[in-house]
Design a protein around this ligand. Structure first.
Ligand code: UDX
Length: 448
């Protein structure tokens, strides 16, 4: 089939490349000339495992094209995906100006029956005004359908998620569009759910809000475990074996970040509020997540009450492993807290260093590896659970630190192991190990 994907961000570029990989003719359109020129030269605008291979292969093969011309994209394809950004506005609502601009262009260049698909995460009802806008602004009277097909890919595993989705949602009342889209999605071999457009739009928000709720829920259980005793990982395993709950998305940590959960949880509460409804559960999820991002520095302050003049190492800057994305990353809150308290920061991330320089500029020191970051610092805070941090030589880490204080925001290490190696070790929802207190008690015991 002939497809156009407008927007070459995570959703657009990955979807476009995957549809091309499945044998379709795909045109990817973006207004950013530099991005398009880069893509033609094999330069990926995002870091995503496996993406470059399929982009290069299909581009060379000629069934994946890149252009800044939406006119060509609209005229040459039968199916047009709108996959542009819908960033948060100050009031928490989604900024839909890019969606509107694309809809206007589609109206201008439409030259026959088209299926226009909203792939971006857009508030319920967006499909209605996209349809109205095209209807009103097109000069001729071409038939078209506006369909909502939300995307559920995760960054870091975007290609695999797109190729093997849990389900495909097709939100339309048009049988013609539904049949064509059924055929387009057959090769994914995933269940296809047909529904109305409003429900499809809501499914995306409800899915993200629900997953975010699981994370905030387990983070709060972790905070309570720290006060009562118990181990949150054991609790997660214990509740996760109940099929109604499932053990997925129950890893306690330093709070969720990224381009989707923070934005979409705020957007759904805003939509509810505009309709006169207070979405209490998700409001609390947002609030709990904000507080969770602050917990690591609070733990650090128990050991180093005055951070002024101290140097602290931060391991991991991306909001999660296998991406260089730092949007709403917990590392940003943590580094801000440290700097405000007068500390200096030495940081390292395997992929996100360039991204970080654009954010922190000269405010922090950028290191070439984890050991370099840890050397001569008063404590280390681990924020992102990259594989390479799980294999650190812990004896070397202890030696490099001026104090063996380790604050682990992702429960990467075994508590007993850290205790044995002499660390003062705080993780999330597990017993804290304070070897310094232990040493003090032992001294008292010996003296007595
Ligand atoms: C998410 C959704 O998973 C995806 O379906 C949607 O399309 C976009 O938003 P993404 O933001 O790429 O994807 O990452 P995800 O792996 O879901 O993680 C989101 C955040 O939650 C990360 O900050 C991660 O560290 C955190 N998280 C996830 C936890 O803290 N605990 C968990 O158990 C799972």
């Amino acid at each position: 089939m002939k497809l156009t994907v407008v927007g070459t961000g995570y959703v657009g570029l990955v979807s476009g490349a995957c549809f091309a990989e499945l044998g379709n003719d795909v045109i990817c359109v973006d207004i950013d000339q530099e991005k398009i020129a880069g893509l033609k030269d094999g330069v990926m605008p995002i870091y995503e495992p496996g993406l470059k291979e399929i982009v290069d292969r299909n581009y060379e093969h000629g069934n994946l094209k890149f252009t800044t011309s939406l006119e060509a994209g609209v005229k040459e394809s039968d199916i047009i995906f709108i996959a542009v950004g819908t960033p948060s506005q100050e009031d928490g609502g989604a900024d839909l100006s890019a969606v509107k601009a694309v809809a206007q262009d589609i109206a201008q260049y439409i030259n026959g029956y088209k299926i226009v698909i909203d792939k971006s995460t857009v508030p319920v009802g967006t499909g209605d005004w996209v349809e109205e806008l095209i209807e009103q602004q097109q000069e001729a009277d071409y038939d078209f359908d506006v369909v909502s097909c939300p995307e559920f890919l995760r960054e870091g595993s975007a290609v695999a998620d797109t190729m093997h989705p849990d389900r495909v949602i097709i939100g339309t009342e048009s049988k013609k569009a539904a049949d064509i889209l059924d055929e387009l999605h057959q090769p994914f071999e995933a269940p296809i759910l047909h529904t109305d457009r409003y429900s499809a739009e809501m499914i995306k928000y409800a899915a993200n809000a629900f997953l975010a709720t699981k994370i905030s829920f387990i983070n709060e259980i972790a905070n309570i475990c720290e006060r009562t005793g118990g181990d949150v990982a054991e609790v997660a395993k214990g509740i996760g074996t109940d099929h109604r709950i499932s053990d997925k998305f129950l890893r306690a940590g330093v709070g969720f970040g990224g381009a989707c959960f923070p934005k979409d949880t705020k957007a759904i509460t805003k939509t509810a509020q505009e309709r006169g409804y207070d979405f209490k559960v998700v409001n609390s999820v947002v609030e709990a997540n904000k507080l969770q991002k602050q917990t690591l520095v609070k733990k650090l302050k128990r050991e180093v009450p005055n951070l002024a003049g101290q140097t602290i190492s931060v391991l991991g800057l991306a909001f999660k492993p296998n991406t260089d994305d730092m949007r709403e990353a917990p590392s940003r809150t943590i580094i801000k807290q440290l700097l405000e308290a007068g500390a200096q920061v030495k940081a390292y991330d395997p992929i996100a260093m360039e991204e970080a320089q654009g954010i922190f500029a000269d405010d922090i020191q950028y290191c070439k590896n984890a050991y370099d970051a840890i050397e001569d610092t008063a404590a280390v805070i681990l924020v992102t659970e990259w594989d390479e941090f799980q294999d650190l030589d812990l004896d070397r880490v202890a030696e490099l630190l001026t104090n063996p204080i380790f604050i682990d925001g992702r429960n990467c290490y075994d508590v007993e192991e850290m205790k044995k190696r002499g660390f003062t070790y705080y993780s999330v929802g597990r017993p804290a190990v304070n070897n310094r207190e232990l040493a003090a008690t032992q001294e008292v015991a010996t003296t007595e």
